[in-house]
Design a protein around this ligand. Structure first.
Ligand SMILES: [Zn+2]
Ligand SMILES: [Zn+2]
Length: 243
């Protein structure tokens, strides 16, 4: 299983970069997690559109879905050109009915994320838990036979996230705020909370993502390291983990 960061910003993309988007590959199956602003352009550096087998959307905030419409056009055009013969499934929660229905398009199909139940996408088993966020949002646990990646999506810190993330080989933790700030209102975590989560859940390694447009990101790294002694990195476009 290989994961590549396509976009890592929270809220809006910095220059020549994208908000939340990750590509997970195994056995020639390509799964995209979130399609934030700028993601579709960046994604094509790492895969062509017809090779994308499925998409999972964590929630309907713009920094996670801004490029869904562009992706739908891309799939439609590729279908017309004869490069794509199937409809591409886009998995998301059904909590927001209108937004969920908008995932249906000529070449894409909305598929509900089942509540409290694991589901299979290609070679991957996916488990979810609802996060602490102003909009319904799903953290994702993506596993193959022997490796597990947990993506927190957007969330404030909450204790159950520790159990959900336990022993993950890689934790991709949203890190929107610096130590000492309070992210609970907007539903985001601080660097210190990411460190606490990684340490309590005893994960193999951690990436900090959904990074803020203020301060020095190196400080986020140092603050997480004060709590978590494992391997921790800031995400950047093109960064990969393979195991
Ligand atoms: Zn976000
Ligand atoms: Zn959000």
């Amino acid at each position: 299983m290989k994961i590549t960061t396509i976009g890592f910003w929270g809220a809006y993309p910095g220059q020549d970069s994208a908000t939340s988007c990750y590509l997970i590959e195994q056995d020639n199956f390509r799964l995209v997690i979130d399609l934030g602003s700028g993601a579709l352009s960046k994604l094509q550096k790492y895969t062509d559109i017809p090779s994308i087998n499925a998409v999972v959307i964590s929630h309907f905030h713009n920094d996670h879905i801004a490029d869904v419409g562009a992706f739908q056009y891309a799939c439609f055009v590729q279908q017309q050109l004869g490069n794509l013969s199937r409809s591409v499934p886009i998995y998301a929660g059904k909590d927001e009915a209108e937004n969920f229905a908008s995932l249906n398009h000529e070449a894409t199909e909305a598929v509900p994320i089942p509540k409290n139940q694991a589901f299979t996408v290609g070679p991957f088993k996916i488990e979810t838990t609802m996060t602490e966020h102003p909009r319904p949002c799903y953290a994702l646990k993506i596993s193959n036979q022997d490796r597990t990646i947990v993506y927190t999506a957007d969330t404030a810190y909450f204790d159950e996230l520790v159990d959900f993330s336990r022993e993950a080989n890689l934790l991709i933790a949203e890190c929107s705020f610096y130590k000492g700030m309070d992210g609970s209102g907007p539903g985001h975590m601080t660097s210190e909370e990411c460190g606490t989560l990684a340490s309590s859940a005893n994960v193999g390694s951690m990436w900090l993502t959904h990074l803020p447009h203020f301060g020095d990101h190196q400080q986020l790294l140092q603050e997480a390291k004060e709590v978590y002694t494992g391997l921790v990195k800031l995400t950047s476009e093109g960064q990969t983990w393979e195991s």
